[in-house]
Structure formats: structure tokens, C-alpha cells
Design a protein around this ligand. Structure first.
Ligand SMILES: NC(=O)C1=CN([C@@H]2O[C@H](COP(=O)(O)OP(=O)(O)OC[C@H]3O[C@@H](n4cnc5c(N)ncnc54)[C@H](OP(=O)(O)O)[C@@H]3O)[C@@H](O)[C@H]2O)[C@H](O)CC1
Ligand code: K
Length: 428
């Protein structure tokens, strides 16, 4: 045995595949890298672009935790594993692989309606063809490697190359659910391991991601004068911010406000300053997990961002003057009244006036003042350019008054909900 061969280490895979009975494509790498084995999950090296590519394909923020990564795969009906069960390998060097033993892919193929197999790189495609294809009878599509070693492939180029994978997947349309059914759904998601605090973290990140898209588009359109780096990807920061007025985020006292606090934390961390407006200091909030989220955000905001506690109407108007975006996180599914109390009624009027002056208004979950359930609208209701509704759409968004104030509606897929929908009270 030569000296180089002696450096090889025998590796057993050890990470369970991700799949279920809804998986439609199977994505295979070669073998987990040392960084992935340490993270106990696939593509764990922080510079590996696999997760950023998938997130960009589906226009969503990159998943951060292994739980979010698993959710993303299952939500999109993707099974993920590797070609090899064990091998001798030097570090992460595919070229050094010897004594390769394949995984038993029959485990996935017998349980899921897999239509297509994709290999993430030349080595996995070669080993799949040699060791697995004779048994599976399915030819694999070779995709470029997302490893940092494959530097010739930029992120946008990788995303284009991965589009055939997305094209194989059937789209899941979340059903419209009554607000009580949404609460039941949240309880089911929590019982399966993803608590309300984690859902709020995902909701706020998604909100920040949508704001960031608007900010980036303004730069592309030449509305913002100071250039940011070319939009390589929308997933990571920090990045130099467009100069000028911060994004204004209005936060109420409930968990809708919590979504706004989390969004503020992400935008600030990504290099986009915010001005957060609240009637209640973070430490005086009562609703959880909003309070915990607000305290964390308040502690982490950098010097370019600020929190305005109970500002005067003049201060609110000044914050909105020339702002690129206003986020309405005042009232969500917890609101179902005819009138909105002060100061939120005045803030809603200020948001609507700012929109008339060209500020883009993004509503969190539902425009404040609109009943998410009945679609009845209070005298003062936010008029949004877009509404990012959380997990599933609610009926009020599509009632005549609701449709008139929501703008473009997008659902933030915060969790893998298909397993919980059987028996859910779908709104008719
Ligand atoms: N569905 C999900 O998956 C997720 C939802 N999240 C977000 O949480 C909100 C729902 O949060 P909740 O705390 O239940 O309710 P709201 O924040 O919408 O509203 C409660 C606050 O509203 C105040 N309120 C009530 N009536 C009025 C009124 N007439 N005028 C002014 N203010 C009013 C209320 O104040 P009180 O003093 O009456 O208690 C509360 O402060 C949901 O919409 C999502 O955005 C999570 O992010 C997790 C995922
Ligand atoms: K709202």
C-alpha cells in the first residue's frame, strides 16, 4: 500500500436519508464531507452552495437549521441521500475514493414515487452509474457540484443548471384554512417538533427576504443611487446597503408584531438598516414568543438601525418620508374588530399616506385592520402592495374587501404541512 493510500480513512455514511411517501425526485451526492459528518447532515460545509441553490430555485430564504433543511426537502417532494454507504477516502477528495460500497436505494424507491434521479457532481454520477443503476434501472441526470471547490460555477449559474430538478416536482398549493384551523395546524406542527418560536423565526426571516427583494429591485431599477454588489444571491449577508432611508417596520403588541421584530433583526444583520416603530418596549411585551423575539432583536440591532418607542405622529411621518419599504406587522390573525385602537389607527393612516407617496407596503400575514377570517375591514385598514401570509392563506384575504387591500398575496411555507392536512377544516 502506497503512502497516499495509507492516509485514506474508512468512512461509514451514518446520516439517514430524507424522504417520505410524497418524494418525487431523488438527489444523490457521493458521501458526506468531514464538515457534513460533523454537522450530522448533508452539505454541512458553510461554503457549500447546495442549500442556497435549492432555496433560490424556490424563491425562499436559505434554510439555517437541519430541521429547516429537512422541511424544505419534504415540502418540495425531494428525497436526499448519497450514492455510497461506505468507502475509503482522503478528506473530502472524491478522487481518492476506494473500496466504495453503495447505499441500498431500494429503501427509498420502494416507499416513494421517485420519477427521476439527480446526482450532484461527476463522481456521484459515475459511481451511481456503476454501482446503483444496474439495480434501480433509473438513469441519473448529472448536475454540477455545489462544492466550493467547483468555483467556476457561480451561484446564478448553478441555479440555472438545477432548474430541471424543480421542473420534475409537482407543486403543492396550500389550502385556504379558517383561522381556528390554522391554530390547530400550528399545534400539530409544534407537536411534531417545530414550536411557535421557531415558526416566528421563519416567518420573520421570510418577511425580511421579501423586503430585501424589493430593495434589490429598486437598486436594479436605478431608484436607489448607491450600488450594492451585483445580486449574486439573496441568501446571505452582510452586504452593503443601499444608502438612504431605512425600511420602516411597524410592530404591534401581539405575535404579528413578533414577526416584525424578527424581520428587523435579519434585515439589520444583512446590512439593511431599519427603523422599528412600537407602542410597547420589548421588555414590556406580554405575548410569547413575540416578547423573546423582540428582546433578542433589540439586543442585536446595529448602529444604523433604531427603535422608536411611542413616537409622535410627526416622528412617524418623518421616518416614512422617502423610506423604500414599510412593513405592517401591527395586527394579524388575532384582530377581528370594527375599530382599531390608538395609536395603531393613526399609524395605519400614516402607512397609507406613505404608500400614496411611493413607499412599498408589505403586510405581515394580513393587512392590519382586516379580519383574516371574515374579510371585514375596519375603518382604518392598511392598503398593502403585497401580503406575505404565514403557512396557509386565510379566507378574509380573498373576500371582496380583503382582496382590495392585500395587493399581491404570497404564502410563506413555514413548515411541511401536508402530513397534517388530512381532516383539517378547509375553508369552503
Ligand atoms: N399562523 C402562523 O403560522 C404564525 C403566526 N404568527 C403570527 O402571529 C400572529 C397572530 O398573533 P396573535 O398574538 O394571536 O395576534 P395578533 O398579533 O394578530 O393580534 C393581537 C394583538 O392585537 C391587539 N388588538 C386586538 N384588538 C385590537 C384593536 N381593536 N385595536 C388595536 N389592537 C388590538 C391585541 O391587543 P390587546 O391589548 O387587545 O391584547 C394584541 O396585542 C399571526 O397573524 C402571525 O403574524 C407567528 O409568527 C408564528 C407563525
Ligand atoms: K399585519
Amino acid at each position: 500500500m502506497g503512502e497516499r493510500a495509507q492516509e485514506r480513512e474508512h468512512i461509514e455514511h451514518g446520516i439517514a436519508p430524507v424522504f417520505d411517501g410524497r418524494s418525487e425526485v431523488l438527489v444523490l451526492g457521493t458521501m458526506p464531507s468531514p464538515a457534513s459528518r460533523e454537522a450530522a447532515f448533508f452539505y454541512g460545509h458553510p461554503q457549500n452552495r447546495f442549500w442556497r441553490v435549492l432555496a433560490a430555485l424556490f424563491d425562499e430564504p436559505a434554510p439555517v437549521t437541519n430541521g429547516e433543511r429537512t422541511d424544505l426537502l419534504l415540502r418540495h417532494h425531494i428525497a436526499l441521500w448519497d450514492v455510497l454507504a461506505s468507502c475509503d477516502i482522503r478528506g473530502a477528495s472524491d478522487a481518492s475514493i476506494a473500496n466504495a460500497r453503495p447505499n441500498d436505494l431500494g429503501r427509498i424507491l420502494s416507499a416513494a414515487p421517485i420519477r427521476r434521479v439527480f446526482c450532484t457532481g461527476a463522481t456521484s454520477a459515475r459511481l451511481y452509474g456503476k454501482l446503483c443503476e444496474p439495480a434501480t434501472g433509473l438513469a441519473a441526470v448529472k448536475l454540477p457540484s455545489t462544492s466550493p471547490a467547483n468555483a467556476a460555477w457561480s451561484l446564478p449559474r448553478l441555479v440555472e443548471a438545477y432548474r430541471p430538478l424543480a421542473a420534475e416536482l409537482s407543486l403543492f398549493e396550500p389550502p385556504v384554512l379558517d383561522v381556528p384551523a390554522v391554530v390547530d395546524l400550528e399545534a400539530a406542527i409544534a407537536a411534531a417538533g417545530t414550536g411557535l418560536d421557531e415558526l416566528m423565526e421563519r416567518a420573520g426571516r421570510f418577511l425580511a427576504y421579501e423586503v430585501r427583494k424589493v430593495l434589490e429591485a429598486r437598486v436594479m431599477d436605478g431608484v436607489e443611487t448607491v450600488a450594492v454588489r451585483p445580486a449574486d444571491d439573496l441568501q446571505t449577508g452582510p452586504r452593503r446597503s443601499p444608502a438612504g432611508v431605512p425600511t420602516v417596520i411597524f410592530c404591534g403588541n401581539g405575535n404579528n408584531g413578533g414577526d416584525g421584530w424578527v424581520a428587523a433583526r435579519y434585515l439589520d444583520a444583512w446590512g439593511f438598516p431599519v427603523c422599528l416603530i412600537t407602542a410597547t418596549d420589548a421588555s414590556d411585551l406580554v405575548a410569547e414568543p413575540a416578547r423573546t423575539a423582540a428582546l433578542r432583536a433589540q439586543a442585536s440591532l446595529g448602529p444604523a438601525s433604531r427603535v422608536l418607542l411611542s413616537p409622535s405622529d410627526a416622528e412617524v411621518a418623518a421616518a416614512l418620508r422617502g423610506a423604500p419599504v414599510a412593513v405592517d406587522a401591527l395586527l394579524g390573525t388575532g384582530f377581528a374588530h370594527r375599530t382599531v385602537r390608538a395609536p395603531f389607527d393613526r399609524w395605519i393612516a400614516a402607512i397609507n399616506e406613505a404608500r400614496r407617496q411611493g413607499v412599498f407596503v408589505l403586510a405581515a400575514d394580513v393587512p392590519s385592520g382586516l379580519s383574516a377570517q371574515t374579510g371585514e375591514s375596519a375603518a382604518t385598514t392598511v392598503q398593502a402592495d403585497a401580503t406575505l401570509t404565514m403557512i396557509v392563506p386565510k379566507p378574509g384575504l380573498f373576500a371582496p374587501a380583503g382582496a382590495a387591500v392585500c395587493g399581491f398575496v404570497r404564502t410563506a411555507p413555514l413548515a411541511y404541512i401536508e402530513p397534517f392536512l388530512k381532516g383539517a377544516r378547509t375553508h369552503l
